[in-house]
Design a protein around this ligand. Structure first.
Ligand code: C2O
Ligand code: CU
Ligand code: CU
Length: 505
């Protein structure tokens, strides 16, 4: 979409809610219907034939492999077309790590990309210098030794690049992988495994005629985040997965730059949420649909027993996403259910113990204004062009009205302190999945109607803050001193400044 066109259709009343009060985008008025038509046409999902089997990224062989690499390779995503993707191996995405709590990671990373990059281990509680801080990057051709010990609960974590102002385009090009941690507590539950444990990452993309990814966000698309109109699952366009008619465990990452999904099954069946970002919930929570925002993970059990020899879809349903998101329902992947499985599984009533942090023990409450109502075109810095590829300008987004500067320390926290962090989007018009590094948190409260959803009853590292909402989270900060970042996991927002530094001292 042309930026001019977009401005025209947002109109004077629309722009405030649609674009989060960015006054510089306020232009001459146009009618509501026009705006709706334009948005829905522009973002219409193009559904495929669901004929490609769901690929699984290969497992990383930690015993025999001492290195990994980011590189570009050509793959076929659309039939007969070539897409040059980035990956941590030959192909899109990266190999899947499956580790046990206590394992030691010691791997040499080589950057074989034409631009700087680094690796962030999303959800891992590891030292600051291993965490992929935005300005600690590896030059093209350079190497870096990633060395850390896993010291946390089982869960579906992931890894992706985090260089200042280049995260969005590098993730879009394909850099992302699973990092699954197992532990005794989870093993004891004997959850569905082997063929019945399916991990996949969902991502939306646009393609050029040539087959290459199309990623050149306009300023208006940086405001909302960039949306694609092809759904990829583990790098395959609208695939299918054969499953047994029994219990299956689905571990899903929303690895999209900006798109939130309202996940549900087309046969309207229930599913059981057993975990979220940072591992198991205290008890299973049965739902029919759930919102999953960029960066978040869901761990669910689905009972397909009554669906033997049926086909149906995992889809995203319409939701109220502040005008821009949630306007369209679309299919993501197909499940082809086979014969009844003869494995038996009884859903445990208790999964884990989540000790609730008592808010009265908090030594401090910090409020972060994420409404972005004060962001103004004049705040834009030229540094983006110098440091990044210039795809995204710095300054369209910020936290507390300030855009990211790697050299500034915004917040200082005492190691071991319990704090409440409030994300205030009450006058904002954009969706912001807020995430911070090096610590997990609990969701304390959310203003408005949504309340605390199933995935938010356990430990989290990313929380969705809808337009109009205030969300409070609580955590006891780790003893790992050093600098980390807090940011919006809408990657266009992040790269245009919606990030800040904090240090643990
Ligand atoms: Cu998944 Cu700081 O990011
Ligand atoms: Cu992270
Ligand atoms: Cu955001």
């Amino acid at each position: 979409m042309q930026r001019k066109q977009f401005i025209k259709i947002t109109g004077a009343t629309g722009a405030f809610t649609l674009l989060g009060g960015t006054s510089w985008l306020l232009q001459s008025c146009n009618n509501e219907q026009n705006k709706k038509d334009m948005l829905s046409n522009a973002l219409k999902m193009i559904e495929g034939d669901f004929n490609t089997p769901l690929p699984a990224p290969p497992l990383f062989d930690l015993k025999n492999t001492k290195s990994f690499e980011a590189k570009q390779t050509p793959v076929e995503i659309l039939k007969g077309k070539k897409t040059n993707v980035y990956g941590y191996y030959e192909g899109m995405l990266g190999k899947t790590y499956i580790v046990n709590n206590g394992d030691v990671i010691n791997l040499q990373f080589t950057n074989s990309l034409p631009q700087v990059t680094n690796v962030h281990w999303h959800g891992l509680i590891i030292p600051s210098d291993m965490d992929g801080f935005p300005s600690r990057v590896t030059e093209p051709g350079g190497t870096f030794q990633y060395q850390f010990t896993i010291n946390q609960r089982a869960g579906t974590y992931w890894y992706h690049p985090h260089p200042d102002m280049l995260t969005a385009e590098q993730v879009m090009q394909g850099l992302a992988g699973f990092f699954i941690v197992r532990d005794e507590e989870e093993n004891a539950l004997k959850l569905p495994n082997g063929e019945s444990e399916i991990a996949f990452v969902i991502q939306d993309r646009r393609f050029k005629e040539s087959g290459e990814f199309d990623y050149a966000p306009t300023d208006a698309e940086v405001m909302t985040g960039f949306f694609g109109n092809y759904m990829l699952v583990n790098g395959a366009y609208n695939p299918y997965k054969e499953v047994k008619a029994g219990w299956n465990r689905l571990r899903i990452i929303n690895g999209s730059n900006a798109r939130v999904y309202n996940l549900a099954f087309s046969n309207e069946q229930d599913f059981v949420v057993i975990g979220s970002d940072a591992g198991l919930l205290a008890a299973p929570e049965t739902v029919k649909s759930i919102l999953l925002s960029p960066g978040e993970r869901i761990d669910m059990l689905v009972d397909f027993t009554n669906e033997a020899n049926n086909d149906f879809f995992l889809q995203s349903e319409i939701f109220n996403g502040g005008g821009v998101q949630g306007r369209e329902a679309f299919k993501i992947m197909k499940f082809k259910v086979g014969d009844k499985s003869n494995e038996t599984f009884t859903l445990p009533a208790v999964l884990s113990v989540i000790k609730k942090i008592n808010p009265s023990g908090a030594s401090k409450t910090r409020t972060f204004d994420i409404s972005n109502a004060s962001m103004h075109r004049n705040d834009m810095k030229d540094s983006a062009v110098a440091k990044g590829t210039g795809k995204i300008k710095m300054g369209l987004h910020g936290i507390n009205g300030i855009s990211y500067d790697a050299a500034v320390m915004n917040e200082t926290i005492t190691a071991g302190a319990t704090e409440i962090w409030e994300f205030n989007n009450s006058s904002g018009g954009q969706i912001h999945p807020m995430h911070f590094h090096g610590n997990h948190f609990q969701v304390l409260e959310r203003s408005g109607k949504r309340g605390i959803i199933a995935t938010e009853t356990g430990w989290k590292d990313t929380v969705l803050v809808m337009p109009g909402e205030k969300v409070k989270v609580i955590t006891t900060f780790s003893q790992l001193k050093g600098k980390y970042v807090l940011h919006c996991h809408n990657l266009e927002h992040e790269d245009s400044g919606m990030m800040l530094n904090f240090q643990i001292v």
